[in-house]
Write a protein that binds this ligand. Sequence first.
Ligand code: NAP
Ligand code: GLV
Length: 329
Amino acid sequence: MAKVAITTKFFSEETERLREAGHEVLVHEGPRLGKAELLAFAKDAEALIISLADRIDEEVLEGLPKLRIVANLGVGVDNIDIAAATRRKVLVTNTPDVLTEATADLAWALLLAVARRIVEADQDLRREGFPGWTFLPKHLGVDVYGKTIGIVGFGRIGQAVARRARGFSMSIFYYSRTRKPKAEKDLGARFAPLPDLLRESDFVVLCLPLTPETHHLIGERELSLMKREAILVNVARGPVVDEEALVRALKEGQILGAGLDVFEKEPEVHPELLGLWNVVLTPHIGSATWQTRRKMAALAVDNVLAFLRGEQPPTLVNPEAWPGGKARM
Ligand code: NAP
Ligand code: GLV
């Protein structure tokens, strides 16, 4: 029997699966745990199921010597020091694939909401009533159909965003670390170096992980390359964009607008973003549908149960930490 600690409110059918397999399960349902609280809560745990708001660093790993596996409820693992976990042979798992379509849907929801000024129109209608149909209303937006989309990070979510763009007859550019010949053929997407993509696109959608290389990938210079009527959508991670530079660009009309699901200093939101009419802001809800969150919970539990049975977890991020696994280069 192992102790499994879950740092967030969870689906009861998934905690039951763990208990039925004979494990002790602790669930923390309150607000996010600070570091000391996390260490006390997860004391002696072999397995930890965590939310993206939890940070697993060297100190936490040091403080939890019995820990063998960390199952992240999310695909991005920038909240975990993977190198430190690997050094200590702590396995890290994530939840890829199951959240791809929900996150691509949210990227599109933001794109359309900004382009057609939906949130602003809704707020004005509630506040001021419907003034009657006019030919040139306050909420004139921009076309989406037939325009050009540039997708930065062309993995699972980026390609899912592109599949939807085909339904809008868009020209599709992408920029990624490596070329994707199959996706180019299947989706009619064209590779472009980042500066070219930024110059050409009416909509730029960020779909890549946060790493030292992608931190502030979009800064003042990159924003200045974008069209004045372009819209930026970020469903990746906040620090991929220099938020100060973005606020300046939005205020000065250097770009038309932005749809942001993620923020540089979450859960803080840049105060000036809150006052801008040309942004739509959501609180990191890319994968937040009932169906997707159930699949993410199930996958996290599948990973923990596989490990506790002595099997390699299905979505292991650091196979180097698995006995006999490859050493990190
Ligand atoms: P993925 O399949 O691994 O795709 C990531 C893509 O980014 C890959 O194509 C990768 O290129 C590219 N990339 C990585 N580093 C790069 C760099 N330095 N320059 C250019 N391209 C780079 O991951 P995914 O499942 O699509 O998820 C992507 C990210 O979305 C996650 O890491 C997470 O941060 C974020 N996310 C956010 C939400 C939300 O709620 N808003 C939900 C889910 C995911 P290669 O293919 O060449 O390696
Ligand atoms: C959400 O942000 C994720 O990485 O799954």
